[in-house]
Design a protein. Structure first.
Length: 258
């Protein structure tokens, strides 16, 4: 009787699990349609804000990957303004883009760096990593046409199924692109916003991962222009961009002996 019960439960668990397909090049048009719907929601918003809870894997000085947990706030005003604030294991980090320059500041270290930037979010995001070393993990969502960027060289797209993210009904989607396997959880209600992003970087050693929850969406915020402009505090020192990032990450990624 116990054996029959065990087999019955096993069959139930297997049949009720999401249908994961083995095809590596399958693109479900319904999954792509949901992605486009999300992109249109973000593109049509002239300005928006949201909060993030992130878990990122980063290389440590010992050679292993360590887990970095952080919280953030992001404000976007199209076509040319972004403000982002992050706190957590990697310490506080502020980012300003006002349509003419980008500035990164590390309040705890009292350092900052600034450089000229293109006059649109799309152009700025396209070159910021190479120019400054800053990697926005949510950057694909901030472009004026995120669908175009997310579907570039897309290899597979499937719908895993309906679920909830922090109480919000969502559709769970899975995608594959060169060098990365990624997932999105998009609200299934009338406003198609992303509520979770996950990725595994298959072209990196040890395949590091990232998980980002997005919450507190506001598609009609009132934002002052001063929010996007960096005003240098008296005690802050200007240093090269990559030095700012090094100071922010150094303590979080150093191996400590116990």
């Amino acid at each position: 009787m116990k054996k029959i019960l065990f087999l019955s439960l096993s069959v139930l668990l297997l049949t009720s699990a999401p249908a994961l397909h083995s095809e590596t090049t399958r693109i479900d048009p319904n999954a792509v349609a949901l992605l486009k719907r999300m992109s249109e929601t973000l593109s049509q918003a002239k300005s928006f804000t949201f909060h993030t809870d992130s878990i990122l894997e980063m290389p440590c000085s010992t050679g292993q990957f360590i887990t970095i947990v952080s919280k953030g706030f992001v404000a976007v005003q199209r076509p040319n303004k972004i403000r982002a604030l992050y706190v957590g294991d990697a310490h506080a980090f502020d980012f300003f883009y006002d349509g003419g320059s980008v500035t990164a500041a590390a309040p705890r270290q009292k350092v900052y760096s600034t450089t000229k930037a293109p006059d649109t979010i799309d152009e700025m995001l396209a070159g910021i990593r190479k120019e400054t070393g800053i990697h926005f993990h949510i950057a694909p969502l901030l472009f004026s046409n995120s669908y175009e960027h997310l579907t570039r060289n897309l290899q597979s797209a499937v719908i895993i199924g309906p679920t909830f993210v922090n109480g919000v009904p969502c559709d769970h989607l899975a995608f594959r692109s060169p060098g990365v396997n990624w997932e999105l959880w998009i609200a299934s209600g009338p406003v198609a916003l992303p509520y979770r992003l996950a990725a595994t970087f298959t072209d990196k050693p040890n395949r590091p991962r990232k998980f980002i929850d997005l919450s507190g969406w506001n598609l009609h915020p009132w934002l002052r222009n001063s929010l996007f402009t960096f005003k240098q505090p008296k005690a802050f020192q200007e240093i090269p961009f990559k030095a700012v990032l090094k100071d922010v990450r150094q303590q979080a990624t150093q191996g400590n002996s116990h």
